[in-house]
Write a protein that binds this ligand. Structure first.
Ligand code: SAM
Length: 376
């Protein structure tokens, strides 16, 4: 048996008390973490989540509504250049059906995710958001549609969208540009700032183990997150996809991903932190390990089973054959077995909820948008 590294312990204690650490300290930890340090890090991340969210794990119903994409992200299976991708779009009616199933299963948040598909104009998105909100005014709508203009984000927010997930992918400019041909590093970051300014709860995030990523790059990600202070943060391992230039690369590891989850929990104690499907895809108990390291969100799939395989970002994605109800049961059992509590409320970020006067009763959630407050 090894022993805990005194310097690592000091840094973890500092992180746990002040929710901050310097660039050098973060790099030291990631470079030198041994098994005992890691155990201590996870213990402290767990204590922090118990203080902020308790043992709750929030469920979000994921609707993957299009795999058309105009972007060409080198790592992604639905990139424009992948001619083998079998493209699909869900109709308005399909999406409402997913929302109905989700509501019956008790989900209070929908995540509408897709490639950057120009077919889904602002008008179409507004119609979809309003359609869901008219049916289920108490349910939250989270969007994850990539980069759009300030005006577009604003129209969708005014139509009722509550949250927006836009991983920053990497906070290192050169790495970002090598992974995203034709995309603009500053624009992605500006989108996150615009979304926050408009009033969305925003989610940033990154992949762990993407080819050419160094520990220095991961520290850049943590520092960027600390500065941005997002309400949510999606962190998952990179996994190769057979029809991309990264097909022969090695996937990120559970160990490194859970280290990054735990560090993020300590840096941003109030953040909503998904334990991702990608983590469950590289290890049968990956999502449980993510939850134990500070994760407090899971996103069971609500997409129709006929399209699940087609939304193929990486190889070996789990849950592609399960009906929505099976997905819910499976993930609930896993959460309970791991010693946590399944929570099917809206699950807003705790600080956001306080400053936006969300009345979180167990039966009903009443949201008062910044926008409405401003109008009074
Ligand atoms: N188009 C939207 C966007 O750009 O934010 C949302 C959809 S995008 C496919 C969702 C996320 O999938 C990305 O932010 C990326 O981090 C993740 N992803 C894509 N390819 C992946 C891969 N090969 N391994 C792990 N995650 C991947």
């Amino acid at each position: 048996m090894g022993v805990i590294n005194i310097k690592s312990k000091e840094i973890i204690d500092k992180l746990s008390k002040s929710n901050n650490a310097s660039r050098e300290e973060l790099l030291f930890l990631i470079d030198n973490l041994n098994n005992e340090d890691k155990e201590y890090l996870v213990e402290k991340a767990h204590e922090t989540r118990m203080r902020t969210y308790g043992d709750s794990v929030y469920m979000r119903g994921l609707i993957e509504f299009t795999n058309f994409c105009k972007m060409d992200c080198v790592y992604c299976g639905i990139r424009r250049s992948n001619k083998n991708a079998d493209r699909y779009r869900l109709t308005y009616e399909d999406i409402m059906e997913c929302a109905d199933i989700g509501d019956k299963l008790g989900y209070k948040t929908y995540v509408l995710q897709g490639g950057e598909d120009p077919y889904f104009t602002d008008e179409k998105m507004v119609e979809i958001i309003k359609g869901i909100k008219e049916r289920y005014p108490n349910n939250a709508v989270t969007l994850s549609l990539g980069e759009r203009s300030y005006e577009s984000y604003k129209k969708m927010f005014e139509a009722g969208a509550d949250r927006y997930l836009l991983r920053h992918e990497t906070a290192t400019k050169e790495l970002y540009e090598s992974l995203h041909p034709g995309a603009n590093f500053e624009n992605r970051r500006n989108c996150l700032k615009n979304l926050k300014e408009i009033g969305y709860q925003i989610g940033a995030g990154f992949m762990v183990g993407i080819p050419n990523q160094t520990n220095d790059d991961l520290v850049n990600d943590l520092i960027f997150l600390k500065e941005l202070d997002p309400h949510m943060c999606g962190i998952g391992p990179f996994i190769p996809h057979k029809d991309t230039p990264f097909k022969n690369e090695t996937a990120g590891t559970v160990d490194k991903t859970t280290t990054m989850l735990a560090l993020t929990r300590l840096l941003l104690p109030n953040v909503l932190l998904p334990s991702t499907t990608a983590l469950g895809s590289i290890d049968p108990t990956g999502r449980e390990k993510g939850i134990k390291a500070g994760g407090n969100v899971v996103m069971p799939n609500l997409s129709p089973t006929r399209v699940r395989e087609k939304y193929s970002l990486y190889d070996g994605k789990i849950c592609t054959g399960d009906e929505a109800a099976e997905c819910r049961m499976c993930i609930e059992n896993r959460i309970r077995k791991a010693g946590f509590r399944v929570e099917v409320t809206r699950g807003d970020n705790v600080l956001w909820a306080k400053s936006n006067k969300v009345n979180e009763t167990s039966k009903n959630k009443v949201k008062v948008h910044n926008l409405i407050i401003n109008k009074l």
